[in-house]
Design a protein around this ligand. Structure first.
Ligand SMILES: Cc1ncc(C[n+]2csc(CCOP(=O)(O)OP(=O)(O)O)c2C)c(N)n1
Ligand code: SF4
Ligand SMILES: [Mg+2]
Length: 349
């Protein structure tokens, strides 16, 4: 017998979720920290800030799982850790399965009376290597299970940073990585375009109730995205773009500004897809509505040593791809289909 929507909703909320209202501003943030001092991330590491604010948004009744990468290695030295909440390392490609497994385990323990019944947040984070490349299948599978509450957060520093900045499916076109060093004969060694993770996951998983892109240069919005994802229930996904001083090659004090430039140049659109409804947010919405002028992408690229080898032609090419995202995609910055125009349409069969 087919499951009705009502039965499905009951299943999904079998254990309920915490009702985490949006923070009303920086001054209203709680003082408690659940990711604290003692880690060994680089100065200016935005991914560490993602960890800190992600768990501040989630609160103390949270279990965090994290796949191998900088946010595992630098945050858990032998017998010490910065995590105040329960934390577990999981294999590089398995943030999706870890999220689903932990959520299922909590459900069973509560059903059997081995744990007090209460809504506990489950967050599994992964890097771009672990999420957009190795763990894509597991994330996709998890997003098709509406009856488990868990958030997968992909922190994207655009390389396999922990193993010394190798190129990932999230690395931007032309960037200098240890797998794509520019040379005298070939200047551009990386010709692929960055994967569109959030758009792909939102479009491909209609059962997933919340997908968002964030950047910690906009901390209150980003924390509220985490709170919304955890409150709405079912499996949810957040993709954060994280400036990485070591991999992107810039002075650590510029991290915050680089995040802003990514949004203002249109290379990193901020949006939420909630129950199938898309909302562009913040400066991205201002750009889309014409209230703010999109900055040239070179303002963002030329601040980073990984693009220092770019010529004017390279910059023009990059700009043309960003313009294409905004001018030709069926949903600017989000879904890269193009509408068929009448002249292109073949005569009907
Ligand atoms: C299956 C597997 N392959 C390779 C490694 C080695 N390894 C550890 S961390 C890492 C980089 C992960 O990159 P990413 O997920 O982007 O996280 P980041 O280091 O950038 O934070 C690699 C390749 C591993 N731990 N497991
Ligand atoms: S290499 Fe990048 S992501 Fe890793 S700790 Fe340093 S700044 Fe953070
Ligand atoms: Mg990475």
């Amino acid at each position: 017998m087919a499951t009705t929507d009502r039965e499905l909703a009951e299943l999904t909320h079998l254990r309920g979720t915490q009702k985490l209202d949006a923070f009303k501003g920086v001054k209203k943030l709680p003082l408690e920290e659940f990711f604290t001092s003692g880690h060994r991330t680089c100065q200016g590491c935005e991914s560490a800030l993602v960890m800190k604010l992600m768990v501040k948004a989630a609160g103390p009744r949270t279990v965090v799982l994290g796949s191998t990468g900088c946010m595992y290695v630098a945050n858990t030295t032998y017998y010490s850790t910065s995590w105040v909440v329960p934390w577990m390392h999981t294999q590089l490609g398995s943030s999706g399965s870890a999220a689903l497994g932990a959520s299922a385990a909590l459900k069973v323990l509560m059903r059997k009376g081995k744990m007090k019944e209460e809504p506990i947040n489950v967050i599994a984070f992964c890097g771009d290597g672990g999420g957009a490349d190795m763990g894509l299948a597991a994330i996709s599978a998890t997003l098709t299970h509406p009856d488990y509450n868990c958030l997968i957060l992909m922190y994207d520093n655009e390389s396999y940073a922990n193993t010394d900045i190798q190129l990932s499916g999230s690395t931007p076109y032309g960037a200098h990585t240890t797998f794509s060093p520019p040379g005298k004969v070939k200047r551009i060694m990386h010709h692929r375009w960055k994967k569109n993770m959030a758009g792909m996951l939102a479009a491909g998983h209609p059962t997933c109730k919340f997908v968002a892109t964030v950047c910690m240069s906009y901390p209150v919005y980003s924390m509220n995205a985490v709170r919304k994802a955890l409150t709405i229930g079912g499996p949810t996904f957040i993709h954060s773009l994280d400036p990485c001083p070591k991999g992107w090659d810039y002075d650590p004090m510029q991290s915050h500004e680089l995040g802003e430039l990514a949004v203002l140049s249109g290379i990193w659109p901020l949006y939420e897809v909630e129950n199938g409804v898309l909302k562009l947010v913040g400066k991205t919405r201002d750009i889309a509505d014409g209230r703010v002028k999109r900055l040239p992408v070179k303002d963002y690229l030329l601040r980073q040593g990984r693009f220092a080898h770019f010529t004017n032609d390279d910059l023009d090419y990059f700009q043309s791809k960003i313009d294409e995202m905004w001018d030709k995609w069926v949903i600017p910055g989000v879904i890269p289909f193009r509408k068929q125009i009448d002249e292109d349409r073949p005569p009907s069969a």
